[in-house]
Design a protein around this ligand. Structure first.
Ligand SMILES: *Cc1c(COP(=O)(O)O)cnc(C)c1O
Length: 381
């Protein structure tokens, strides 16, 4: 075998798109500029000061006083695994709510941790049925954890996190909440709801680049991790070890090299959220949803989620029978530089998912989207 010659490949120049799928969302220039600042060492005091600010800003985003609040170095899926590998011990019964793709991933996580998933299935496109969860607890009084997805991105349905957490509390169970798509888009009130572990992602309503997963843990969750009889099977995600890095009060020890520049981006995204005010961010997502909804309905597109359970930041509509899904989305991308999401899992080919997340939740994007959809659906009007 000969050594390969140097490939003559030019630098990559991505096209400029309007990102209106299930994430990533549009990343503001301000965040991209922050990420281009000089890389410094991850134990540099200037960097650790910034890490402290990221933690403070994340507590605001999660609406929590939890000390253990930080961004995991990895996408939302790594935040998810961090919650499960630390909190689920072999043999633990975990009630898992499944009303879409991401709830299914939680079941898989519980299994891989050696836990016993007790699955509560709700219809795809609907919120989790709280009464069914109460019934599952009555049938499995030893269940240690309730896990649910607050904002099911595969369908666009939002569940009643406060009510679910209340059921778990009544039965002495901890809660793990996926708020990847809800954080900064609709209210996520970790302390008011009494959530023990929550994970999110940088690339949805925070409008940063993908690859970081904000997480937060209550004291009760940390107690469960400390009281484990078996070591956490993942070295990288073991909170006992990560803690020395993220909470090493003054004397941080090396755990892994933090993704320095992406963290500058998350810092900037969170500064922007604090400047806007989180209540204003929630209101903006809602207002853009209303505007988009009116336009979609005029085009004859129907939402698959009942109005009261709809996520403003993820709009799922049924695909008209005479539209070719892949061809239409290819035209949206090629002719209008617009990305929207296809259906996932059982809904593949049957729906479109239109995201209004973070910086994508603005009037210009709503206009671009409605004009583009009218363009590709035009022949039917
Ligand atoms: C996007 C998403 C995830 C996974 O996040 P990644 O960053 O893609 O790993 C998990 N849960 C929900 C609800 C999501 O929308």
């Amino acid at each position: 075998m000969s050594n390969p010659a140097a490939p003559a490949i030019p630098p990559f120049q991505p096209p400029r798109r309007a990102l209106m799928g299930p994430g990533p969302s549009d990343v503001p220039e301000r965040i991209l500029a922050a990420m281009a600042r000089p890389t410094i060492g991850h134990l540099d005091p200037a960097f650790t000061d910034m890490m402290e600010q990221v933690k403070t800003l994340l507590r605001y985003a999660f609406q929590t006083g939890n000390k253990l609040t930080f961004p995991v170095s990895g996408p939302g899926s790594v935040g998810m695994e961090t919650c499960f590998v630390n909190l689920v011990e072999p043999g633990d019964q975990v009630i898992v709510c499944v009303n879409g793709v991401f709830g299914g991933r939680m079941v898989e996580n519980v299994r891989r941790c050696g836990g016993v998933p007790i699955v509560v299935e709700s219809a795809w496109g609907r919120a989790v049925d709280v009464d069914q969860v109460a019934t599952a607890f009555a049938a499995t009084p030893d269940a240690k954890i309730l896990a649910f997805v607050h904002a099911e991105t595969s369908t666009g349905a939002q569940s009643d996190a406060a009510a679910l957490a209340e059921v778990a509390r009544r039965h002495g169970a901890l809660t793990i909440m996926d708020c990847v798509t809800s954080l900064a888009g609709t209210p996520v009130l970790v302390d008011a709801w009494g959530i023990d572990a929550a994970y999110s992602g940088s690339q949805k309503c925070l409008s940063c680049t993908p690859g970081l997963s904000p997480v937060t843990f209550s004291e009760a969750a940390i107690d469960k991790v400390r009281a484990r009889g078996t070591p956490v099977q993942s070295w990288f995600m073991d909170l006992n070890l990560v803690l020395g890095y993220w909470s090493g009060e003054g004397k941080r020890t090396y755990h892994h090299t933090a993704p320095i520049n992406p963290l500058y981006g998350l810092h900037e995204a969170l500064v922007m959220l604090a400047e806007e005010g989180i209540e204003n961010a929630w209101a903006r997502h809602r207002a853009m949803h209303e505007a988009l909804k009116d336009g979609l309905e005029k085009l004859g597109l129907e939402f698959i989620v009942p109005a009261a359970e709809r996520l403003p930041q993820l709009n799922s509509v049924a695909l008209p029978a005479d539209i070719d899904d892949a061809a239409a989305r290819a035209r949206l991308l090629a002719e209008f530089n617009l990305e929207i999401g296809a259906g996932l899992g059982a809904l593949a080919g049957g729906i479109w998912r239109i995201g209004l997340m973070g910086a994508s939740a603005r009037p210009e994007n709503v206009d671009v989207c409605l004009k583009a959809l009218a363009g590709v659906m035009g022949s039917r009007e």
